[in-house]
Design a protein around this ligand. Structure first.
Ligand code: CUO
Length: 667
């Protein structure tokens, strides 16, 4: 947090601040500071002295406090600051206001608002910003790492530094069954994806166009539905039952969670939640939060009533129908809730306040002066087992609506003339066997360490990974001419944690999207080969963890704005569930649907479009006309997956085999 200092590789660039930009406490020493940081500078960048806007609202958040988008007071501060950043005439003015803000505004708030502004301004597309894991590594890893890193950075010269090892499974002992899926909950890439998703899809802003992205309410539903499906599958692989729905807000939460994270900004440990804690009425004047648990119940009941009556009550008392086209999008916005909710005063803020109630369960009236737990922050929420219990329940509420829809008729599923003869996986493990294991990778903590001397400090962490594989799809096209199709690939478990076969309606909700792509299909028989690396769900490891400057030649890179949008995407190393040592049975599903019915006519050249399934496209429509999750998003009135298949679909039983070994990431 040095006020006038920024380093790029070997070059040290120094901002030259106008005198009035220094905060009071530094004013008397501004010359000393400028000398200290400026003496070995390779370049000095003068900062424009602009007429400063009113920052009193965002400055109300103490510098050393936590920041949460789910707290309305914080949200208003963020909206104001984003407005200020968006309103700057040009990049020089933006740079100027940022220099002014950096020492005055809470760093989390500042970083969020600047990231949002960079993402939404036209003139910041060329700007290079570091990944969030580098800026605030304290949100993603064991604080012991920082002590070691401090040691390394002050004793060992850059170049000779060995990576600091981040332990695996450090938050609980093996006697805690939930710990078996800690590799998923605490995965750095998964948490980064979730933070990015919420950055790209904010639910509040004074500029409505920042929120009003195409089908954002539906994507809120779908992306989180997929998280629950993936997590449930991981649980089955680890002999754990599906997440129990957090549906009774009066019941104690059985699972405790002890995050073992320290906030470097707040100089505090993140508070834990003990086993058996109940959420309680909130009264925290300091956060301007006053809400009773009964309010959540009222919102929930109104949400369910809307589904039962298949209509939404508007503020003027009229009702609009929940239809096939926009129903789920409206419900997503009502549930989250976002400012696009058709009636926020009436339907309230169920999902967001669920996060808030849970994150303050340990100190609902602030008598212990504690801040929120990990559920209060989109960068950390997925670490806590209750996240999945809450989102599984939220998903059940969405399913109530989906269950009201007519099942797809065969003409909404079939593709005349197209027959999928077979679908197979080819990988190192042999045909239709996927191999998973641990892998160690490194991330640079240099930027997030708030001490000198700095420079690169690498941390090595262990995560799940899988061997690359290829889908091989045999197609027969009897239409007599070439056609365009959309290939949809999903995978689901076939049995629960006890080895009992899943009934199809449960299995359908566990269909994990693996890939979706447009394919030209010549007349006659042909073979489609598709690499797992090209998944429309994931982004490559490099994009999750490295800033753009570190990865020249990466096709998805190019600009920082692109990078920030492109930073959204399921981490590729988590594409495939862990499986088991003896092999966990899954079923692979392939459908080729008619592209003419699916296509969205738009120009996507130059748009980062390789993780559109969960993240959409920047400034574009969601690139698939079908409902998200199609063809499994609606109830299906058959009892076996095989009975559901139309000729343009096929399935293959496959196995995921896990090897308990660690390999090093190459390169
Ligand atoms: Cu992403 Cu609850 O919305 O975490």
């Amino acid at each position: 947090t040095e006020p006038c200092f920024m380093q790029k590789g070997e070059n040290k660039e120094v901002f030259q601040l106008p005198d009035n930009y220094y905060p009071e406490k530094y004013k008397s020493s501004s010359n000393v500071l400028a000398d200290r940081f400026g003496n070995d500078a390779t370049k000095t960048i003068p900062i424009r002295n602009i007429a400063l806007p009113d920052l009193s609202l965002p400055q109300q958040l103490p510098y050393n406090s936590q920041f949460s988008l789910w707290i309305e007071k914080h949200r208003k501060m963020a909206a104001k600051l984003i407005d200020i950043f968006m309103g700057m005439r040009d990049v020089d003015d933006l740079q100027s206001i940022c220099s002014y803000c950096q020492m005055r505004i809470n760093p989390y708030l500042f970083n969020y608002c600047l990231s949002a502004a960079i993402l939404h301004r036209d003139d910041t597309r060329g700007l290079n910003i570091p990944t969030f894991a580098e800026t605030f590594p304290d949100k993603f890893m064991d604080p012991k790492v920082f002590r070691k890193a401090r040691e390394v950075s002050s004793v060992v010269p850059t170049g000779n530094r060995m990576p600091v090892l981040i332990p695996q499974n450090y938050t609980a002992a093996e006697s805690e069954p939930e710990q078996r899926v800690a590799y998923f909950r605490e995965d750095i890439g998964i948490n980064l994806h979730h933070w990015h998703w919420h950055l790209v899809y904010p639910f509040d802003a004074s500029d409505r166009s920042i929120v009003a992205k195409d089908r954002r309410g539906e994507l809120f539903y779908y992306m989180h539905q997929q998280i629950v499906a993936r997590y449930t599958t991981e649980r089955y692989c680890n002999n754990l039952g599906r997440p129990r729905r957090y549906s009774n807000f009066r019941e104690p939460i059985e699972e405790g969670y002890f995050p073992k994270l320290d906030s470097q900004v707040a100089s505090r440990a993140w508070p834990p939640r003990f086993e058996g804690t109940k959420i309680q009425d909130l009264n925290r004047p300091v956060d301007q939060i006053r809400s009773d648990v009964s309010e959540m119940e009222t919102w929930r009941d109104r949400f369910i009533e809307a589904i039962n009556s298949m209509s939404i009550m508007l503020p003027n008392g009229r009702r609009i129908p929940l239809d096939d086209q926009t129903g789920i999008d409206n419900l997503g916005n009502m549930m989250e809730s976002s400012i696009l909710s058709p009636n926020r005063p009436f339907y309230g803020d169920l999902h967001n306040m669920g996060h808030v109630f849970i994150s303050y369960a340990h100190d609902p009236d602030h008598r212990n002066l504690e801040q929120f737990g990990v559920m209060g922050d989109s960068a950390t929420a997925m670490r806590d087992p209750i996240f999945y219990r809450w989102h599984a329940y939220v998903d059940d509420l969405f399913q109530l609506y989906k269950d009201k829809l007519q099942p797809y008729s065969s003409d909404m599923l079939d593709f005349a003339g197209i027959r999928v003869l077979s679908v197979d996986l080819q990988s190192t493990g042999g045909a239709n066997t996927l191999s998973t294991q641990w892998e160690q990778s490194t991330v640079d903590l240099g930027r997030g360490l708030d001490f000198t001397p700095r420079g690169s400090v690498l941390a090595r962490f262990t995560h799940l990974t899988h061997d690359d594989f290829t889908y091989v799809i045999e197609v027969n096209n009897t239409s007599g001419q070439g056609v365009m199709g959309t290939v949809r690939l999903f995978m689901a478990p076939t049995q629960d944690e006890r080895g009992n076969p899943l009934n199809f309606n449960d299995q359908r909700r566990l269909m994990i999207e693996l890939d979706k792509f447009t394919q030209s299909i010549p007349a006659g028989t042909s073979t489609i080969r598709r690499s797992s690396l090209d998944s429309s769900v994931t982004i490559p490891y490099e994009r999750t963890f490295r800033r753009q400057a570190d990865r020249p030649g990466d096709p998805g890179s190019g600009t920082a704005a692109e990078f920030d949008f492109c930073g959204c995407g399921w981490p590729h190393h988590m594409l495939v569930p862990k499986g088991t040592a003896k092999g966990f049975p899954m079923v692979l599903f392939c459908m080729i649907s008619d592209w003419n019915a699916d296509r969205v006519v738009q120009d996507t050249v130059g748009v980062c479009n390789d993780a559109a399934s969960y993240c959409g496209l920047r400034d574009r429509k969601y690139p698939d006309k079908q409902a998200m999750g199609y063809p499994f998003d609606r109830p299906i009135p058959v009892s076996r997956l095989n009975d559901f298949l139309t000729p343009n679909m096929n399935v293959r039983d496959c196995t995921i085999r896990f090897k308990d070994a660690v390999r090093q990431r190459q390169g």
